[in-house]
Design a protein around this ligand. Sequence first.
Ligand code: NDP
Length: 305
Amino acid sequence: MSEAQIISGKELAGTVVEAVKMASSRLIKQTGIIPGIAVVIVGEDPASQVYVRSKGKKAEECGFLSRTHRLDDSVSEADLLALVESLNADKDIHGILVQLPLPGQISEEKVIETILPEKDVDGFHPINVGLLGSGNRTRAMIPCTPAGSLLLAKQALGDNLSGLNAVVVGRSNIVGKPVAALLLQESCTVTIAHSRTKEIEALCRTADILVAAVGRPQMIKTDWIKPGATIIDVGINRIDAPEKGEGKTRLVGDVDYDDALSVAGAVTPVPGGVGPMTIAMLMANTATAAARAAGRPDLEPALSL
Ligand code: NDP
């Protein structure tokens, strides 16, 4: 069988960012409003530092106002909530992202619920979760990784996903559940699998679209994949890579990439798949939030979400 198509998240993210730039330059021209994003990071977690740096860089590339607030990991919950309140009140800021995870003394739930839903560019606020669940995509802020995953699936399959069998492995609030909600709205027949699912291999083998959001390196092998399926690999796992030298590591997804290449119809690589799309969709959400704040939903980036 021929090799699967590789769905380049890097390329598609570039297209999304171009649409964001276009929408935001129209917004600036027509209303004078510059999309503004504030990213809050608490502590020194190296992975979070990398994410936050790349979000800031991309925001600047999009011509946004971009602010990063770096707080010590001993910061109190009250002080963090006060910062979020001040960003809620700041007219120049349309999107607020508090990088997770947060240190133990701070309730993530409280922080998320303090962000104004219309500035919640991560899409984690219960109001946005409810809007997405009830199918109100014109008002919801859609979480970035799930939105990016949907666009990657459409890149391989076209805009019409109606009637396809989708299996989402993972049921987290930030990836699994919202991806499933999006695919259901696309009229897929959706099954969510998790650590208690029985005969998970056979279930995955029924999937025309298989989304892996587990956090287990290369768990999904040949036998899990229906020939010709579209595989969206959300997982980011660091594993030892002795072949690169002593002590070296590399990133892999939740899917065995070589297995997927030989069986699937299309597959996202790790890195270079869902990761870049997550950042691109954050930019899209920020531009969307700014357009909505200006009362100009017609100036939201044009994306087939
Ligand atoms: P969570 O740990 O919150 O959720 C993992 C899910 O996988 C859970 O629902 C769990 O089931 C399920 N699971 C665990 N083990 C198994 C198993 N053996 N078989 C079936 N299901 C299993 O992870 P996240 O959703 O936050 O992230 C998932 C992955 O995606 C991670 O690798 C993360 O790094 C990556 N990620 C990537 C992003 C990107 O931008 N590309 C963004 C966000 C995450 P149960 O609920 O039963 O415990």
